[in-house]
Design a protein around this ligand. Sequence first.
Ligand code: SAH
Length: 362
Amino acid sequence: MTRTEPLNLLNLAPAEADARLRAFADEVGQPSYRATQVLRRLWTSPVADFAGITDLPAEFRQQLGEHFTLPRLEIVAQQKSRDGTQKFLFRLRDGQTIETVAIPDGNRVTLCISSQAGCALQCAFCATGAMGFQRNLEVFEIAGQVREMRLLEEPVTVTNIVFMGMGEPMMNWDAVDPVLTILNDPMGLGIGARHITISTVGVLPGIVALSRRPEQFRLAISIHAPSDDLRRELMPINVKYPLSEVIAAAKAFDRRVTFEYVMLGGVNDGEVHALQLAALARECRAFVNLIPLHPGGARGFTPTPQQRMVAFARELRAEGLEVAIRKSRGMDIAAACGQLRVERLGRRPPRSPDEHGDIQVA
Ligand code: SAH
């Protein structure tokens, strides 16, 4: 072999991993169906290491281990909420930690995954923003969060993916792009494109890149304020990508978009805001998701009372919009927005289960 560094197969889209494995099988005198056997064990029915592919000849397994790697993500904390929500803290090779949340709901399990360690965007109410930007995650570190669910002692069968964990996926598009392929490809994780949602603050080049992909991946945009003045205060990114441009990009996106709107008591939850938001959403036919503020990490903000939230939803519906109020899940384990990591770093005490009950959908 000419290559010296072992190649990480989990950083490659399935078609490329397949090509590499076929070439390798050929080189060491194994039939090409052996490559397919290995490929299936990368994502579809994953193994902890090559030794675990017991239907391969021992010598071939050893050769694979000399030339390729299948790096794991180490789970350093795992918590389960009373409502079934599970939160995982993973430690990466360089000591960075990221979190992943599995949210069961009827027949579905939605996995909320991270795309960066930390985040550079500094949204005023977000705990991840408060810890600053550490680094972009590699392909295998993002898709690996889903892979690890299949490797648990009690595997979690993930049906839906949302890029709503730590980080801004569109600021790490070079990795997120192949990750989408791995998630969706039948030789990868085989999750339907309509069940995969990328959430962004409105990074325009990322929205354009996503719209160029032929698959029906879903786009969610974090709006959070219906005017530039207020949005600039809450989300510094609005200086670079102002609302009018974000709305134009949403309009140009050929599939239905969702607006995310975190409800901040006395800040963005007035009737005037509902009217402004309705005008924006109508312009690009967006579906509006109202999100109860998770208090952890949101310094200086208080959640909008539930009654006001329901009224806000009614005001939007009166304007002809489709609206949902997101259920808050895993409140007793601080399962949102960088909170586990912040908790582990000792920034704030864990919340008691009694302090914050679940808010039901309106
Ligand atoms: N950077 C991307 C994806 C990660 S955040 C984005 O901003 O869209 C996923 C969602 O959680 C975003 O809508 C974000 O604004 C929201 N969020 C952040 N902090 C929150 C908090 N304290 N309570 C409720 N939602 C929050």
